[in-house]
Design a protein around this ligand. Structure first.
Ligand code: 2DT
Ligand code: MG
Length: 238
């Protein structure tokens, strides 16, 4: 049971496509529920989902990019529209900002939030296209910062073996390889102490292993946060 004086933990799961984010988020949700920890799943790009909705719809891979901005992003990812790289980057960030207030309220009400992708995907995917890393980070400065980010690390080769990529814009081995390089840079910066700690803790998890082994590994990092967090929410990079 969570401590009523504490807020919920803000946990982000990041990684390449096919790294197992959705599978692990589902397992983690179930485990937290089993421990009587109130938990909500949030997906970016997308909207906030209750667990029952998540179980019935989200994990059946139905796109949940339901806000007005989410719909624009969805159309871009499906190559149904073209947008300048800067423009789509700002839309992804705007999608986080439009959901930031409700996210914060949920956390302050004592509910743990599990977030499938966040600002780190924003930077990794846009910077991999050649946009400046600093420019990519700027619009997400001062968003609610996660307490913990789990980066599910997998090689693009191994990810591809898991049934291949889908049809969306970034679901190509070469793209994923470049994105992984930016994630690696981010991970180094966030664990080296060369930056302030307002981005929360960053843990790299070897996601090339079996589902249950990865889930157990993840749980060891989540357990200390499961009963809630005492301090206020940090702001990303500020
Ligand atoms: P899913 O496969 O998880 O639905 O993601 N992306 C995501 C960005 O380029 N910028 C962002 O800020 C976010 C959150 C990653 C769809 C794709 O959108 C990319 C893959
Ligand atoms: Mg995808």
């Amino acid at each position: 049971m969570p401590d009523s004086k504490k807020r919920g933990a803000f946990i982000v799961i990041e990684g390449l496509d096919r790294s197992g984010k959705s599978t692990q988020a589902a397992k983690l949700c179930e485990r937290l529920e089993h421990e009587d920890i109130p938990v909500k799943l949030q997906k970016f790009p997308g909207t906030c989902l209750s667990l029952s909705y998540a179980k019935s719809t989200y994990f059946a891979s139905v796109p949940d990019r339901t806000t007005t901005i989410g719909k624009m992003i969805d159309s871009y990812l499906r190559s149904e529209s073209e947008l300048d790289d800067h423009t789509i980057h700002l839309l992804f960030s705007a999608n986080r900002w439009e959901l930031a207030n409700s996210l914060e309220k949920t956390l302050n009400a004592g509910t743990t939030v599990l977030c499938d992708r966040y600002a780190f995907s924003g930077i990794a995917f846009s910077a991999s296209k050649g946009l400046s890393y600093e420019w990519c980070r700027a619009p997400d400065v001062s968003l609610p910062a996660p307490d913990l980010t789990l980066f599910l690390d997998i090689t693009p080769e191994k990810a591809k073996e898991r049934g291949g990529y889908g049809e969306e814009r970034y679901e190509k081995e070469e793209t994923q390889r470049r994105v992984r390089q930016v994630f690696a840079r981010m991970g180094e910066e966030m664990t080296s102490g060369s930056q302030d700690s307002s981005h929360g803790q960053w843990i790299t998890v070897d996601a090339g292993r079996g589902v249950d082994i990865v889930a157990e590994d993840i749980w060891t990092h989540i357990r200390p946060l499961a009963s809630g967090v005492s301090g206020p929410l940090n702001r990303l990079w500020s």
